[in-house]
Ligand binder design. Structure first.
Ligand code: NAD
Ligand code: IPM
Ligand code: MN
Length: 358
């Protein structure tokens, strides 16, 4: 088969640790299924600031642009936290999403039956939870004008939240289409009772909804949604929302699955190109200890196979291997009920690799 190019940007903290395990899975899938991949590693985030003086070197962006997909670990850490915005790892992350046109961030939260005891919520509440947060990724308050000014009350800091109809329509249409392939339910989450950008958001959703008559639509205010996610998680199918609401709600949804270490994501534009990364960050508190859960990154790789390459057999095999290893009771510390039984990042990676079957 034709060789697929994958840019690998491991980043900071636990980024390189979890990406290394996903790369083992990649290699095993290559052997078993006969697909061919060429990986190219590139500097990104804090390590790129240290070595190149910028979180997103031009060369890294070029490598991503000539690839079919990007596998990303995580960026950030205390070392760079007091830097100015242009020298922050997180600025590189926003920059790469924008530069690659990745306006749609898909964050599936699926509760594995055997992990119901790992969540802080009651098992009967979690039963059957399988939802997808569709987060707008290149607009809103993250990308609006920001500045500081002096006032008579001291310095004032301003962040603006702007959305235009085109930005809203393209993400909402994607969400409707995803819902059509799932359980045909869409919750559009906004703060239309207060924010003008949310009122436009809701107007656009209402305008295009008739194009998807088979999808049951509900509008949910974001504060209520945060609450309903814990009260009735299994009633949600697809949730579509703006950038910052999606950031917050997806971390909340992570706890339904037991740990943020379980949540994968795909960042997409209009085509098949995608950037795949765990939802979690660089976890400086556990970095370098070989204890991080690599499953979010491994499941992100499965999403890459499914969404960018159309290798559904390999994606299914990876997801089945993860389920098998969890069913057998293997746990990293974040999902272990008995922490003394927790296994390492590398042990988890190797168990999953060994469980992949054609
Ligand atoms: P975080 O997601 O890094 O960590 C939150 C908590 O979850 C920590 O206790 C951490 O140990 C735990 N955790 C996260 N991933 C885990 C995993 N795979 N296995 C086990 N436990 C895991 O969020 P934070 O602490 O708020 O942020 C740390 C840094 O990461 C910051 O610099 C932040 O900006 C950055 N960040 C980056 C990304 C990204 O690169 N996509 C995402 C979120 C945060
Ligand atoms: C995420 C992260 C990023 C975001 C940060 C690190 C910029 O929290 O990917 O969820 O807010 O988008
Ligand atoms: Mn986040």
């Amino acid at each position: 088969s034709e060789i697929k190019k994958i840019a690998v940007i491991a980043g900071d903290g636990i980024g390189p640790e979890v990406v290394a395990e996903a790369e083992k899975v990649l290699k095993r899938t290559e052997e078993l299924f006969g697909y061919r991949f060429e990986t190219e590693h590139a500097l990104f985030g804090g390590v790129a600031i240290d070595e190149k003086g910028t979180p997103l070197p031009e060369e890294t962006l070029e490598i991503c642009k000539k690839s079919d997909a990007v596998l990303l670990g995580a960026v950030g850490g205390p070392k760079w936290d007091s830097n100015s915005a242009d020298l922050r790892p997180e600025t590189g992350l926003l920059g790469i999403r924008k530069a690659l046109g990745l306006f749609s961030n898909l964050r599936p939260a699926v509760v594995f039956d055997c992990l119901k005891d790992a969540s802080t919520l009651k098992p009967e509440v979690l039963e059957g939870t399988d939802l997808m947060v569709v987060r707008e990724l290149t607009g809103g308050i993250y990308f609006g004008e920001k500045f500081r000014r002096d006032t008579e009350f001291g310095q004032e800091a301003v962040d603006t939240c702007a959305y235009n109809e085109t930005e809203i329509e393209r993400i909402v249409r994607q969400a409707f289409e995803i819902a059509q392939k799932r359980r045909k339910k869409l919750a559009s989450v906004d703060k239309a009772n207060v924010l003008e950008s949310s009122r436009l958001w809701r107007e656009v959703v209402i305008r295009i909804a008739p194009d998807y008559p088979d999808v049951e639509l509900e509008h949910v205010l974001v504060d209520n949604c945060a609450m309903q996610l814990l009260r009735r998680p299994s009633s949600f199918d697809v949730i579509v929302t703006e950038n910052m609401f999606g950031d917050i709600l997806s971390d909340e949804a992570a706890m339904l699955t037991g740990s943020i270490g379980m949540l994968s994501s795909a960042s997409m534009g209009e085509g098949s190109f995608g950037l795949y990364e765990p939802v979690h960050g660089s976890a400086p508190d556990i970095a370098g200890q070989n204890v991080a859960n690599p499953i979010a990154t491994i499941l992100s790789l499965a999403l890459m196979f499914r969404l960018t390459f159309g290798y559904a057999d390999a994606a299914d095999a990876i997801e089945a291997a993860v389920a098998e290893v969890l069913d057998a009771g293997h746990r990293t510390g974040d999902i272990a009920v008995d922490k003394s039984q927790a296994i390492s990042t590398t042990a988890m990676g190797e168990l999953i690799v060994a469980a992949i079957k054609k």
